[in-house]
Write a protein that binds this ligand. Structure first.
Ligand code: CU
Ligand code: CU
Ligand code: CU
Length: 469
């Protein structure tokens, strides 16, 4: 008696699968793969939703139970990937490198299959192409051939791995404390370096001290500050520095137009406390800034800032590339896109994965957290927000003398502007730093603040947590 519905379900699955196969054959550079071909390699994945994250989970064989498993195949083989909708949301699976795209699965239990030829060696991505799903976790690696060859493919034209230019957000400098004004010397070096932009891509950054943003400089109001700016002899451009904390010609830029291999400097007295942006101010200024030449200088008030448990240094910027967002290899600067103000990348601390993979922002429940946040830009205003938190204090517009705003959800930060925010973390989990112009997440703009510690159900609990008791 049970056989009837089972047979029915089986034939429905065949139908669905057959359907999916037909549409899945738009594969591999229009080289037609005959419909009756037997795949050399096949995988089955199931979609899953857990803790607000989406994933592909291995369904059978060696990958069973693995989240976003590495899939691999020898070069030149026919690959079949079957996808089962396990959560009832709409999903698909694509391997863009080989032109493989499944139909969208709309209902739980629906199945689609892609078949394509693994036509070249390298490490590629498979992911769900529904907007936001890749960012929510639906992405894995598809490796063709030996992985050693794959990493060679990752390298840029210079054939060596790109440098890490992304600034460590925990590099927030030393507080000035209660000291009196003194003489301070700040040595900075400008250089042009090929740096890691995202997984598999790189960019020719222009930098202060080989990082984007440049170092967080920390002085006291009333100090005698000497800035020495050296331009590395390998540079191809003149560079300079304009610090918004400087009262004087061009914020220093008028006397620091430095040719490659040379050094120039000046001395200034910071007259007002505050959190200020600095940047290169050599024409075309917007190009120098876009390429990474920005940072912040904190002028602490007499007596210093109130001590906190954790300080972080984060800056937002934009990159304008000839290639589309997500293209692999060395990306090329686009003047037209800069002038049109159409960035291909929005980034925190210089790279797409700077604050999600390369560096960690971590705190313990009960910590007070301070973020120095600025916008290098050069063009876009940020609507800075931390998902799942509110700012206890916002030192708006970088002013440390005006009373802070209290209990703020989202705050505006202009290009060439900076703020200081403070908040206590009360509950463990992963909090996301974003610009609430959230389309920019899709262009690379997100960071994680991970809070460790015990849950407090009086602050937050899911309804099923109560039901389970
Ligand atoms: Cu999806
Ligand atoms: Cu410059
Ligand atoms: Cu400026």
């Amino acid at each position: 008696m049970n056989n009837v519905p089972r047979r029915l379900i089986a034939s429905m699955l065949v139908l669905l699968t057959g359907f999916a196969c037909a549409s899945g054959f738009a594969a591999q550079d229009s080289k037609a793969i005959p419909g009756d071909v037997t795949p050399d390699v096949s995988y089955t994945l199931r979609t899953a939703l857990t803790d607000g994250q989406l994933a592909f989970v291995g369904e059978t064989g060696a990958i069973k139970g693995q989240v976003n498993p590495d899939l691999s195949a020898p070069e030149g083989t026919i690959v079949q990937i079957k996808l089962i909708n396990g959560d009832g949301l709409i999903h698909d699976i694509v391997v863009p490198e080989f032109g493989a795209e499944s139909e969208r699965l709309n209902t739980q239990g629906a199945v689609a299959t892609i078949v394509f030829m693994a036509g070249k060696n390298g490490t590629f991505e498979y992911y769900c192409s529904l907007p936001g799903h890749k960012a929510m976790g639906m992405v894995g690696r598809f490796i063709v051939g030996e992985e050693k060859q794959a990493s060679a493919d990752d390298a840029t034209t210079s054939s060596k791995a790109p440098a890490t230019v992304s600034q460590d957000p925990t590099a927030a400098g030393q507080p000035v404390g209660t000291r009196a004004p003194q003489d301070v010397t700040l040595d900075l070096e400008t250089s042009e370096v090929v740096g890691h932009l995202a997984d598999g891509s790189s960019y020719q950054y222009w930098t202060f001290n080989r990082k984007v943003p440049g170092p967080l400089l920390r002085v006291r109001v009333g100090d005698q500050v000497t800035v020495n700016l050296s331009n590395d002899e390998s540079s191809e451009h003149v560079h300079s520095i304009d610090l918004h904390a400087v009262t004087g010609p061009g914020g220093g830029a008028a006397v620091t137009q430095v040719a490659p291999g040379q050094t120039k400097g000046f001395t200034f007295k910071p007259l007002k406390p505050g959190i200020y942006v600095y940047h290169c101010a050599t024409p075309m200024v917007a190009q120098h800034i876009a390429n990474g030449m920005y940072g912040m200088i904190l002028v602490e008030p007499e007596g210093g800032l109130t001590p906190v448990d954790k300080e972080f240094y984060v800056m937002q910027g934009e990159l304008y590339t000839l290639e589309r967002h997500g293209t692999r290899g060395l990306q090329t600067f686009s003047l037209d896109k800069l002038l049109d103000e159409h960035p291909d990348y929005f980034i925190f601390n210089g790279a797409v994965d700077a604050l999600t993979e390369t560096h960690k922002l971590e705190a313990e429940v009960g910590d007070t957290v301070r973020i120095f946040f600025g916008v290098g830009g050069p063009n876009a205003t940020s609507s800075f927000h931390v998902i799942g938190e509110t700012f206890d204090k916002v030192y708006s517009q970088g002013s440390l003398t005006a009373p802070p705003l209290t209990d703020v959800q989202t705050t505006t930060v202009a290009p060439g502007g900076a703020i200081m925010v403070e908040f206590k973390v009360d509950y463990p989990g992963q909090y996301k730093l974003v610009d609430h112009a959230l389309a920019r997440v899709e262009k690379g703009l997100v960071g994680f603040l991970t809070v460790h510690g015990d849950k407090n159900s009086a602050i937050f609990h899911a309804s099923q947590d109560v039901d389970a008791r």
